[in-house]
Write a protein that binds this ligand. Sequence first.
Ligand code: HEM
Length: 290
Amino acid sequence: MMNTSWQLWRDRRGQLSPLRVGTLALLFFPLAKGLIDAQSIVHGARPINDMIHRAGFWALVFLGVTLAVTPLRRIARYGNLIDVRRMLGVGAFCYIAMHLTLFTASQMFDLAKVAHEISHRWYLIIGGTAWLGLATLAATSTDGMVRWLGALRWRRLHRIVYGIALLALVHYFQQTKADVTVPIFAASLFLWLIAYRLVAWWQDSSELSTLTLLGLSIAVSVVTLIGEAVGIGIAYHVSPMRVLDVVFDVSAGIRPGWQVLAAGLIVVAIDFVRGCWAKRSPRPRAASAA
Ligand code: HEM
């Protein structure tokens, strides 16, 4: 039986769940950080804009964490992780609702102006479309809606999350004025998460071998390094080969391509260790079924 209780820290059997408590703490972390930084936010040049940025950033982070649940529960052989996926997804929506509310506040709650702004700027049209998509997913995330839609239609509908992630990333890139290091790193992590699903679908297997995970991580890292070089080359009218030189020069900072490789290698290490462990104690099949 599903837990429809408002007591989010309890699992479906009504017992206190450390995993749920940890997830709630994670979801409340940005709010707590906002409160700790309140002084600097209020005395900053554009307090509302600062808060808009924070809410948008954390919405994207939680969207990524939600998408990471499926690969992680397989790689870490921790099937229970699925229990907090909905909470994470709804959490991402709460931050995006906050993002739009703050934007509305920045327009003095003049709804006509908000609508005009959103429909006249490309980065807001794209963000607005992603917003509507996330709202649809949040609205259909209740047990009642899952039953009403049926599991197959619900799953099909929720595939729009990949399109939403893409739009959100474009929106992020479009409004980033100077340093694109963090947006590129975010995009490469999303690429890894999508590539994982594509390879699993192509191999017709819910689990990828440690070697495949290694290959996937290297491929995403190479695509990110080349993508960054080509992107900067086009934006600043310089040869991508010259940019690639900088990409390999670690004294100029560790580029996102290397960062995603490091993240990928951590995942590979987790898979390897958990794989050895599972050989000693057989893994419950239910963990890899969904
Ligand atoms: C109607 C919907 C939306 C509106 C009106 C909106 C508005 C904005 C605005 C005004 C900014 C700051 C731009 C600047 O300072 O020049 C921003 C930044 C941002 N937005 Fe949105 N946005 C929307 C939807 C979304 C969605 C759906 C996501 C992600 C799931 C998102 C993620 C972000 C991110 C990551 C940033 C940059 C944060 C940073 O700089 O760290 N936004 N948005």
